[in-house]
Design a binder for this molecule. Structure first.
Ligand SMILES: [Fe+2]
Length: 197
């Protein structure tokens, strides 16, 4: 499975080359850091996260919006290490059922790195990902679905850059959102709600 996952990661990295402006500069920084990551991945355990119920709809959208990625992700999707990392909060009791990510490069990912992360975020339809922040610089690239970031609806192909500790929130539309994400800088400190709900 790791050869197929390596192919997917290579294709996702190629997507980063489409970024321009400040997002493009961050994409170059991320590529430089990714070049330093060891080639051999550690084994990973597939998760039984409830988020996987959104995968069929997300893959159908990906087939429409990025068929070359759908072909690679389809056979792998249910076996990826989907997880959710925030502390439980009474303000958003269902978020952990509808949002998560599968990390391929990072401190606890198959390709270990303490300076860069790369993975996929999956968020169910009509979900609100409340304001949060993290020291890492974050780059999102929408693969399928639409989502509202800072009052702007962003479509497949869009890049969204968040500076270190910039507070950000987002809301998904009628379809699940599948997005590539990267972190650089302090990728070990976690994301935290801000302000605390
Ligand atoms: Fe973020």
């Amino acid at each position: 499975m790791s050869a197929e996952l390596a192919q997917l990661v290579a294709r996702l990295r190629a997507r980063l080359n489409r970024a321009d402006g400040r997002a493009g500069l961050e994409a170059l920084n991320v590529q430089r850091l990714l070049d330093r990551v060891a080639h051999d991945p550690a084994p990973y355990a597939a998760s039984a996260h409830p988020l996987v119920r959104h995968l069929p709809a997300a893959l159908a959208g990906l087939e429409r919006d990025a068929p070359e990625l759908a072909a690679l992700l389809g056979p792998l999707a249910e076996h990826l290490p989907w997880r959710y990392g925030y502390e439980a909060t009474a303000a958003f009791p269902d978020l952990h059922l509808n949002m998560g990510w599968a990390e391929f490069v990072g401190p606890a990912a198959p390709w270990r790195s303490d300076e860069v992360c790369l993975g996929l975020t999956l968020i169910g339809p009509h979900s609100y990902y409340a304001p949060h922040r993290h020291p890492a610089v974050e780059l999102y690239h929408v693969l399928t679905g639409v989502a509202e970031w800072s009052s702007h609806w962003r479509r497949p192909g869009a890049f969204i850059l968040h500076d270190s500790n910039q507070i950000h929130a987002m809301r998904t539309g009628d379809e699940p959102l599948l997005a590539l994400y990267t972190w650089s800088g302090d990728v070990v400190s976690p994301s935290v709600w801000s302000p605390q709900p």
